[in-house]
Design a protein around this ligand. Structure first.
Ligand SMILES: [Zn+2]
Length: 437
């Protein structure tokens, strides 16, 4: 036991160390030629962003800006400066599923987890290089809770990468996920956690939340094909009852549920079960659009992913691949018109990570979104969905200093978002191609 005198001494030490002033935070001033702040519809010319530590302290006109003495200045006066972007649908544990290398199944059957983790760190770095400072990563595809580990490695500074919002294993039903097509005698591993019935559904959600899932991901449709009258058909997976158990559990934890759904019965069950964000939504009826508006459901379309790797035209899979794209754009157009809340998502990992993430932007403008709307879908709108409004997705006092810059004017040419020259995350410069020029 401690003597009373000892205790007094310990308390005195604690007080004196508490009273010490913390080391001064570093101060950076960025000169922005044009600033798109992520929230306002109007870009502003000649702005100065002052950053103290890892937060934005002030944003002001260059003419009247007070730059603190000793500030490091970064000259982006010939660039367009934006908040670090948010991709709301990625898979850092997938690598584009090259069929010649064994496709999706090889990930689970052949690759050691350490290899998959190593490749995930490369994917995370790739995203950051392209100006994406936040990812909602929507399942590890058989790599268990690996996303939690990668997130820790980034947060603790071992590897560079975006802020990660992770879902861990994801949930589907028997007959509702890969691996499949093997001898029935074999007990094959699955890329998602398989549940049957509301009790197992709730238990899976509890397990994933217990182990650190920020969101829950649910597969509401699985296989899809072209039906007798040329229509797209998707096999539904969870029942409304099963999904409701998951949504109820997640909401109790203050978390949200993302539902993968293509169309038809499964998409309807996703909405009736109260999903928070609809992923892909290839074909959404007018009534379903109205239901999304009423319920405040977010829509993450991931258009670009469906333009890759089509099977030959005269095969059932080839017809399905073309049908998906044929209906998808119309769904986005209707959603935009009706005022559905839309977020940017690429489904990277489904697309090989060497491809540019910005390819989703021109697809979104092709189907009715303005360039500024697409930027907001990857900044402040996504932050709102993630319950991180004011923290990420905007350049304003108090927000994390997640900032990127591009050549050119993305409001005139949306492809400019692919020419990223500068990336800062948390107040630290990760990439600056303009330095010394
Ligand atoms: Zn996906």
């Amino acid at each position: 036991m401690r003597s009373p005198l000892n205790l007094v001494f310990t308390l005195a030490l604690a007080v004196s160390s508490f009273a010490q002033t913390p080391p001064p935070l570093s101060v950076t001033a960025i000169r922005a030629g044009v600033l798109i702040d992520g929230k306002s519809n109007q870009p502003r010319r000649d702005q100065v962003i002052v950053i103290r530590g890892n937060r934005v302290e002030s944003v002001s006109d260059a003419a009247g800006a007070k730059i603190p003495s000793g500030a490091i200045t970064i000259d982006l006066s010939h660039s367009t400066v934006l908040p670090g972007l948010i991709d709301s649908h990625t898979h850092i544990f997938l690598q584009g599923e090259e069929p010649a290398q064994g496709g999706y199944d090889a990930n689970i059957l052949r690759y050691p987890l350490a290899l998959r983790a190593a490749r995930a760190t490369v994917a995370a770095r790739r995203a950051l290089e392209q100006g994406f400072t936040t990812l909602r990563d929507l399942e590890t595809e058989g790599a268990g809770y690996g996303d939690i580990g990668i997130k820790m490695a980034i947060d603790e500074g071992y590897i560079p990468g975006p802020r990660l919002i992770v879902v861990t294993r994801a949930i589907s039903t028997t007959g509702g996920y890969n691996l499949e097509g093997y001898a029935p005698e074999l007990d094959m591993p699955k890329g998602a956690q398989i549940i049957d019935g509301p009790v197992e559904a709730r238990k899976a959600a509890r397990e994933q939340l217990d182990h650190g899932a920020d969101w829950i991901k649910v597969y509401m449709t699985h296989r899809s094909w072209v039906g007798k009258t040329g229509e797209l058909v998707s096999q539904p997976t969870l029942t409304v009852e099963e999904l409701k158990a998951i949504v109820d559990e997640a909401h109790g934890w203050g978390r949200k549920v993302a539902c993968h759904a293509y169309n038809g019965i499964g998409l309807q069950r996703a909405l009736d079960g109260g999903c928070d964000s609809l992923e892909h939504g290839l074909e959404i009826t007018d009534a379903q659009i109205a239901q999304m508006v009423k319920q405040g459901t977010w829509y993450c379309p991931t258009l670009a992913a469906y333009y890759h790797d089509w099977a030959p035209e005269n095969t059932p899979d080839g017809q399905r691949d073309r049908k998906r794209v044929a209906v998808h754009g119309t769904s986005l157009q209707k959603a935009v018109k009706a005022g559905v809340k839309i977020v940017f998502g690429t489904d990277m990992g489904g697309i090989v990570w060497t491809e540019p993430m910005a390819q989703e932007f021109p697809r979104m403008t092709e189907f009715g979104m303005s360039p500024m709307d697409t930027i907001k879908s990857a900044t402040s709108r996504a932050a709102e969905m993630l319950d991180m409004a004011g923290q990420v997705g905007e350049i304003a006092p108090g927000a994390y200093a997640d900032i990127m810059a591009v050549n050119g004017d993305p409001l005139r040419d949306i492809n400019a978002l692919g020419s990223v020259t500068f990336v800062m995350k948390d107040g630290g410069v990760f990439k600056n191609e303009l330095a010394g020029k």
